[in-house]
Every structure is written in C-alpha cells, then in structure tokens.
Design a protein around this ligand. Structure first.
Ligand SMILES: C[S@@+](CC[C@H](N)C(=O)[O-])C[C@H]1O[C@@H](n2cnc3c(N)ncnc32)[C@H](O)[C@@H]1O
Length: 272
C-alpha cells in the first residue's frame, strides 16, 4: 500500500468512478470532432473512452501524478490510440490558450485546494463557445451532508474511534477542499462561466465482493490511509469495510451494493 496513487490498483478498482464517468460522457452529446482536455485523467481509461467517441477530434489527458501518466501512456499507446495523448500537468497551472472545445474533469477537482485558479485556467484554455463538465465530491449546503456514500460515512466513524483518531488530528486543514453545490455554482460564475447544470447524480455501484470493496477504498483513499502507520493501514481498511457491511450486508450472491452520489456540473464560457 503506498502513500500516493498506485496506478495499477487504481486501474483495477476504480470501476465506481468509471461508471459515473460513462454517465456524464453519454450526457455530453459529443459530435465526434471535439478537441477535449481531461484534467486529472488518472489511469486514462475514461480518457480513452472519450477518444473513442471523437474519432475526428482528439483528447489530451493531463495529471499531476507522474506515475498515473506513465501508466496511462503505457496502457493506451499512441500506436493503438492515435487521437489520444497524455502528459504531466497541474490543474492549477494550465498552459493552454483557447485550444479545447470541451474540458472535463472526473473525480479530480476536489483534490485541488485552489479551485478559483483552476477555473480561470480552464476558461482560458477553452475556445470560444467551449464548455466545461465535471464530476466531483461536494456537500449539501444546508445539512452538510456530503456526496459520496455510506462507505464514506463508515470511514468517518472509524476515523473517530479512539484507536484511529490521533492519526487524523488536523486532517481537514491539510486535505482537499470540498465545497457545496451552491459554492461551486458561485465559483463558476465568478470565473466567468454560465453553469447550466449543477446537480447530484446517483449510482448503485456493485462491488463483486469484500476484497473488491476494500480494494476500491485502498486505491482511492491514500490521503486517509497515509495518515496511519504503514503496518496498520490494512487493519484500518478492514474496520471500515466491516463497519459498512454490518449496516449493508452483501446480497445472496456476495455482491455488495453501495449507493453513491456525486455532483455533476456543466457550464459554458459566459459571453462578455
Ligand atoms: C480519483 S483520481 C480520478 C482519475 C480519473 N479522472 C477517474 O475518474 O478515474 C484523481 C486524479 O486527480 C489527479 N490530480 C489531483 N490533483 C491534481 C492537480 N492539481 N492537477 C492534475 N491532476 C490532479 C490525481 O493525480 C489523480 O490521478
């Protein structure tokens, strides 16, 4: 288990993110000739799906993890995917000028603390008439209820147990920023976008069994697990998964269903 992204583990266990992303890709209604930027492309499998849908366009995936980019390049080489490329890039420092028709970000922007700067960069990178679409973790304004799932709730419970609590002191301050849907909408408007859809979408994500559920948690939650000593991380994840299945037992075939929700936003660049 690593302190940073493990691309292979992520590739194998990120089917929840993939399921959500396919939903948004379908809703994009692509014409097939768009120039697309995928920010925080990770292992690249969603980026490759986009490329398959724009045979007369191209897709560039960028990510601030060198390991993820190396994995994506290797898994989806130019020789087999001529309209798809990957390169290292940081969302807070986008070097593009009006080069893309569509910019997407799946499950990545809640990892960046300075969203205002990211949105400015996205706006500058879009060609006139371009649009931006993203899926990201958010919280509901009034209740503070977060998107995510009961699995995330189980994690919060375990983090609060005496055995684990000391490792998470001060964690929020160091973590990524999770805004409410209202705050995202305001940030988009402040950056010069016209948001036309800001809504939570839900999926019933099916994990084949306990190992896969734990694999999903391990592959996606390294920011949490890295707070715990390396030799105890497995035990921490076991407790989270056990807590979850106490409340939501596997079905008769051993599959585990997790109700997840995520915020989806779509916006165009405002006319000046
Ligand atoms: C949960 S993964 C999502 C990967 C992929 N989009 C998916 O949905 O499967 C989050 C990704 O965002 C990337 N990321 C985090 N902060 C970033 C930043 N500032 N700039 C670019 N990528 C970033 C991480 O390296 C990671 O690959």
């Amino acid at each position: 288990m690593t302190d940073t992204w493990d691309p292979e583990d992520y590739h194998k266990h990120s089917y929840p993110q993939y399921t959500f992303a396919l939903g948004l890709i379908g809703r994009l209604g692509l014409d097939g000739d768009e120039r697309i930027l995928d920010i925080g492309c990770g292992d690249g499998k969603i980026t490759a799906q986009l490329a398959a849908r724009v045979s007369n366009g191209f897709v560039l995936g960028i990510d601030s993890s060198g390991e993820m980019i190396a994995f994506a390049k290797n898994m989806f080489p130019r020789s087999a995917y001529p309209n798809l490329s990957f390169r290292y890039g940081d969302a807070v420092n986008l070097p593009f000028s009006q080069e893309f028709d569509v910019i997407v970000a799946f499950a990545s922007l809640h990892w960046t603390a300075d969203l205002a700067t990211v949105l400015q960069g996205i706006k500058s990178s879009l060609a006139p008439g371009g649009r931006f679409a993203a899926q990201l973790m958010a919280k509901r304004f009034t209740t503070q209820e977060r998107s995510g799932s009961p699995l995330h709730q189980a994690r919060r419970e375990i983090m609060a147990r005496p055995a684990w609590r000391p490792y998470f002191r001060g964690f929020k301050k160091q973590g990524s920023v999770v805004y409410s849907a209202d705050e995202y909408e305001r940030l988009l408007r402040d950056a010069g976008f016209s948001p036309y859809r800001v809504e939570f979408v839900a999926e019933d994500v099916t994990h084949p069994g306990i190992d896969e559920l734990k694999g999903f948690a391990r592959a996606t939650w390294h920011r949490y697990t890295s707070r715990v000593p390396a030799e105890s991380r497995d035990a921490f994840l076991d407790e989270v998964v056990q807590r979850f299945i106490e409340q939501y037992p596997p079905d008769r075939s051993g599959q585990i269903h997790v109700h997840m929700k995520i915020l989806e936003v779509e916006a165009t660049v405002s006319d000046d």
